[in-house]
Design a protein. Structure first.
Lengths: 185, 484
């Protein structure tokens, strides 16, 4: 989790640097806001939920650690492969875009292989970072209104997921998604 | 302006949970919403388009169609909510203080949907659709029991991930447009995009439109991504299910339609996205047939039927002939009305009988005769039986299939629709006749029949389409097909 925070800090700093580079005040402001929201508010919220849950981390995983490393490596290769056709256009951004797509893939992998609900949220946040990074390399910043809206949505989304996981704790005494198998057919 | 009404109403709901206060505030908000919305729709349809606040908000015929669906169904469902939610409080399923949160989220949900259909900007549409997910999550989990929370969790996780792909798609669109229109907000404006559509970079745009259709498609509930839908629709309070099924799915489909009408103008050609939509639609229809036949839970039955109808809509829009798109636009309206009415009446039924299991609901005609009559009407309408309007719209889509050399698809669609009709008939007849369980003997008055108004409208539109509606639908066709 703290790794994710660090990563977000870097994505936001990248945005701020880009703002200084282009002398665009709005981009800088947006970067700072993003830094506060995602590196400040979201981690605090998630920690609080985690502390209440007393989650056992052992055995809450579908895939062994070594296996998931191999998968992650494969996904990185795939990310490079997928971005191949786009690179003819923006050759300078190749690595950045590939890393961004790889991040999205890691997020999906994380969501599929872990059983703890909060880790699924982490997967969403990882995907979100990847998309912001991809957007940054693709477009050098979306229109401000859209970026603000998107960031606001993510923040509210995490708050709502936080509320939901609290209710989940009250009902199940655990954040393991294996308990949630009652709705079928 | 009506977005403002919805936001103010949402905040206003939080001040008190007294029955009279909530009733009064909701009624005032609904009247204001209807007046301002109705005026906007009228202006839009008479002038072809209408803008507000120097183009910040903008409506054309397609937005007006969606706007009218939202407003009509919202009025109907929220009016029904009063009685329904009071009954839930009386039965001690919910504490009274939670009611204000219920209306708060309902009106927030309304505001986000109104935003989606009022903005001319592809980026803001994304923000709005994501907003609808967040506003409805806690409504889906409103009863806070295990199943409700499971449904809400599935819903929020699947939809947020799905929709983030749509954001990636929007970014790819922006990347391909920015060199042509500049790095400004107007580069994502669907009024500007058609002008440069033929110059868009095909690699970027193809990837972008794929991400967008799959991402929003998860929210529409197209077949492989539909897993959240029956859970969310069956666990939410019934008025919320009605709103989700009848309005929210259409709003997500609207986002796809904007992409679709743009993609028709690019170098990808008119059929690229159309084929994707038709595949999704056909898959949804085929898979849902099985689920509908084997269903045991009545609200899930209706939810699967929503997926099926979204499939029919996707086939109609994806086909891209004038007749099929006309039929699909009409079907969008009619399915909304029918499904809202069915969820409302079934919600009432579930409240009175205390169970959602089809096998435990028996003898409706003996116990609740008026509900029974409405359910028969709903059954006929949802399965597209003449003389209901849904028959007219489905036939229009089907004849489009046969006219464009898809006889096999057309044949299979008819086959699936027939099987679905049989499934619905089987489930509904079981519930309508038989020996009622002696535990509940509630009485009902003839005033229940007032709940059938949307179905009667559908019936009326099957017999007779007013010229103004026909003209409006033709305008919608023109918007989607790009002046063909």
């Amino acid at each position: 989790m703290s790794w994710w925070t660090l990563q977000t800090v870097f994505v936001s700093l990248l945005l701020i640097a880009e703002g200084f580079h282009n002398n665009a005040l709005e981009v800088i402001i947006f970067g700072v806001l993003l830094l506060i929201a995602k590196a400040g508010i979201i981690p605090i919220l998630l920690r609080r939920v985690l502390k209440e849950s007393n989650t056992e981390w052992v055995g809450e995983i579908y895939l062994k650690r070594a296996m998931s490393l191999i998968f992650a490596g494969g996904l990185s290769l795939m990310a490079y492969e997928v971005t191949q056709p786009l690179m003819a256009l923006h050759s300078g951004y190749r690595n950045g875009l590939a890393v961004a797509i790889a991040l999205i893939f890691y997020g999906l992998l994380l969501m599929m292989t872990r059983k703890v609900a909060i880790v699924q949220v982490l997967g969403i946040l990882l995907i979100d970072n990847g998309i912001f990074l991809a957007g940054f390399f693709l477009t050098q910043g979306m229109p401000l209104l859209v970026e603000l809206g998107a960031a606001f949505d993510i923040l509210v989304g995490i708050v709502i997921i936080g509320i939901l996981s609290k209710q989940m704790l009250e009902n199940y005494d655990s954040l393991n998604v294996d308990h949630m198998r009652s709705l079928k057919g | 302006m009506f977005i403002g009404v919805a936001v103010i109403a949402a905040v206003g709901m939080l001040f008190s949970a007294k029955e009279t206060y909530l009733r009064l505030l909701n009624s005032v908000a609904l009247v204001l919403l209807t007046l301002s919305g109705g005026w906007t729709i009228r202006q839009t349809l008479s002038q072809g388009s209408y803008s507000f606040g120097s183009g910040l908000l903008y409506w054309d015929a397609l937005s007006a169609l969606l706007l009218s669906v939202i407003i009509i169904i919202a009025v109907y469902v929220i009016l029904f909510s009063f009685g329904y939610m009071e009954e839930e409080v009386r039965e001690k399923k919910l504490p009274r203080t939670r009611l204000k949160w219920y209306y708060f989220w309902i009106w927030t949900f309304m505001a986000t949907m109104l935003l989606v259909v009022s903005t001319p900007n592809m980026g803001i549409i994304w923000v709005g659709i994501e907003g609808t997910t967040l506003a409805t999550t806690l409504l889906v989990g409103f009863y806070r029991n295990k199943q409700a929370i499971e449904a809400a969790w599935k819903y929020v996780i699947l939809c947020v991930v799905g929709i983030s792909f749509a954001l990636l798609g929007t970014m790819l669109l922006f990347a391909s447009v920015a060199p042509l229109l500049g790095q400004t907000l107007s580069a994502l404006d669907w009024r500007m995009l058609p002008k440069v559509a033929s110059q868009l970079d095909p690699t970027f745009f193809r990837l972008g439109v794929l991400f967008a259709v799959v991402g929003y498609g998860a929210k529409v509930g197209f077949a492989p991504m539909h897993a959240w839908l029956p859970d969310a629709h069956s666990q939410a309070p019934s008025p919320v299910s009605a709103l989700l099924s009848a309005v929210l799915l259409n709003c997500a489909l609207y986002a796809i339609l904007r992409w679709y009408s743009l993609a028709r103008l690019t170098t990808l050609g008119p059929d690229f996205v159309g084929t994707i939509l038709m595949s999704f639609g056909f898959l949804s229809l085929a898979l849902m047939t099985g689920f509908i036949l084997l269903q045991k839970d009545i609200k899930r039955l209706l939810a699967y039927s929503s997926v099926e109808h979204m499939g029919i809509l996707a086939i109609g829009f994806g086909l891209g002939t004038k007749e099929a798109v006309w039929g699909a636009s009409l079907h969008l309206l009619l399915h909304g009305l029918t499904k809202a009415n069915l969820f409302v009446i079934v919600g009432r039924l579930v409240q009175k009988t205390g169970t959602r299991q089809i096998s435990r609901i028996r003898g409706i005609f003996k116990v609740l005769p008026y509900t029974g009559i409405i359910m028969v009407l709903g059954l006929l309408s949802i399965t597209g039986t003449p003389p209901f309007g849904t028959f007219r719209s489905e036939v229009s889509i089907l004849s489009g299939l046969f006219k464009t050399d898809h006889p096999l698809l057309g044949f299979l669609t008819i086959l699936f629709l027939t099987v679905i009709f049989a499934g619905f008939l089987y489930h509904f007849l079981q519930m309508l006749y038989g020996k009622p369980s002696s535990r509940h003997q509630p009485r009902e008055s003839a005033s229940t029949l007032a709940l059938a108004i949307p179905l009667l409208v559908v019936l009326f539109l099957g017999l007779f389409i007013p010229q103004s509606l026909d003209q409006a639908l033709n305008q919608v066709v023109k918007v989607i097909l790009g002046g063909v």
